[in-house]
Design a protein around this ligand. Structure first.
Ligand code: HAM
Length: 425
């Protein structure tokens, strides 16, 4: 019996992996310009990190984590997201003590959520995310959103909608929480069992419920924006002013609450509009999480960030018919005729590669015609033909494929000749 790939995962094969490399390079480049440095954290963490960080009343932690006991009976969880891990690393490595705050980090790596797989929703997916820790300046909220929006724009995507909301500070949230409890309590028995539990523990999560989304009380639920205190209102206004000044358009949606518990103040999502894109239209999500660093055991430190999945990004690029330029060519294909020439071509190939060229030869004992075909398939810029006669004369025949021009070169000069020719290109 053959063994199949687990549901909700995918193999990324040559032909597609180039697309991944391309967008990952774009992510690295924009992070360089915005001065975010790469962090790599483990794929698994102690389960407690996500219970405390992401929140144990969230769907992610209650229903979607891959949690297991290791051989030492420790409960570990495959990371469902990156923010909790980055915060843990920030605290553990005392990055808050470094000069040059805020600490601005980015990551690209696999995340795991046990969700019902569908197009754009995987059980293993790759997030590109950034986190800025240590600044309470509304300008950095705008910077984080600007980086995400620019990343998409530079890749050629249009029709994106930045949706923002404020969840306010702790005081605002306590007032809003009371209002939510009063709103839902009289009719809470009409809601699912999860929501009934959420009522006292974390009523904000009710607004995020997928089952009760259409209940009439959802639409009339008290809005956080009516409970923001003066400071929170002023903060949100500043964030919007910065976005306006950057010319980044957005809409305010007071029902946007996000699915993770650590958020306060700014919350945002980037949605894609238009056809060719299925039910899932959220490309990116993020927000401010002042308080998370303390929750993980560090000093009081504000934070903000976002994450987006490469899977959804590639879907969006495909739906928009955006062609990604992929360099498929190789510099030189070595065609060998005769036993001695074949032997010699192996070490010549080694020298070419050592000199920085991309080069290939035949390993299947193919006839000359088939070797030329292979060179074509690889879109070789040059083919170099070595027969036993050439070998005896210490020569090799170099053909430029685009012009058909052929030159006989001494084998001693071959490598430098190829280097020079490619420099001309
Ligand atoms: P999130 O909204 O849970 O936030 O996920 C962010 C993004 O990850 C989504 O907008 C989507 O692009 C992608 N994503 C999530 N689940 C899946 C899935 N099952 N399959 C494919 N893509 C998926 C977070 O993860 C927060 N850590 C973001 C953040 C960073 N907030 C502050 N800093």
């Amino acid at each position: 019996m053959s063994i199949h790939i687990p549901r909700g995962t995918q193999d990324i094969l040559p032909g597609t992996s180039e697309l991944w490399q391309y967008v990952e390079a774009k992510a690295q480049d924009i992070c360089r310009r915005y001065n975010y440095k790469e962090i790599r954290t483990p794929i698994f963490e102690h389960t407690e990190l996500f219970q405390r960080g992401v929140g144990d009343t969230t769907d992610i932690v209650q229903k979607e984590t891959y949690t297991f006991l290791d051989r030492g009976d420790r409960s570990l969880t495959l990371r469902p997201e990156g923010t909790a891990s980055v915060t843990r690393a920030f605290v553990e490595n005392k990055l808050y003590g470094n000069p040059g705050q805020p600490t601005k980090l980015y990551y690209i790596g696999p995340m795991f959520r046990y969700e019902r797989p569908q197009s754009g929703r995987m059980r293993q997916f790759v997030q590109f995310g950034i986190e800025a820790l240590g600044s309470n300046d509304p300008a950095i909220d705008a910077e984080v959103m600007a980086l995400a929006m620019e990343f998409y724009r530079e890749l050629g995507l249009s029709g994106l909608k930045l949706v923002i909301n404020s969840l306010g500070d702790t005081d605002s949230r306590i007032a809003h929480r009371e209002a939510l409890i009063n709103h839902f309590k009289p009719r809470i028995n009409e809601f699912c069992s999860d929501c009934q539990q959420r009522l006292e523990k974390n009523p904000l999560r009710i607004l995020d419920c997928k089952k009760d989304r259409d209940h009439e009380l959802m639409a009339t639920a008290p809005s956080i924006l009516d409970y923001l205190n003066e400071e929170s209102v002023a903060y949100f206004e500043k964030v919007k002013q910065h976005l306006d000044a950057m010319g980044i358009s957005y809409v305010v949606d007071q029902t946007l609450v996000r699915g993770l518990d650590y958020y306060n103040h700014t919350a945002f999502e980037i949605m894609i509009e238009g056809e060719g894109f299925g039910a899932i239209t959220t490309l990116c999500g993020g927000g401010r999480y002042n308080g998370l660093v303390e929750e993980i055991g560090g000093p009081e430190t504000p934070g903000i960030g976002f994450a987006l999945s490469i899977e959804r990004l590639l879907m969006a690029l495909k739906a928009a018919n955006i062609d990604i330029p992929i360099e498929q060519t190789i510099d030189c294909y070595l065609v060998a005729l005769g036993e001695e020439a074949k032997d010699k071509s192996a070490s010549l190939l080694f020298e070419l590669r050592k000199a920085g060229l991309s080069a290939e030869k035949d390993y299947l004992d193919k006839k000359v015609k088939a070797q030329f075909k292979a060179a074509d398939r690889l879109e070789a810029k040059f083919t170099a033909v070595l027969g036993d006669n050439e070998l005896a004369a210490n020569k090799i025949n170099v053909k430029e494929m685009s012009t058909g021009e052929q030159v006989e070169v001494s084998l001693d000069d071959f490598i430098t000749y190829m280097q020079d020719r490619l420099k001309e290109e």
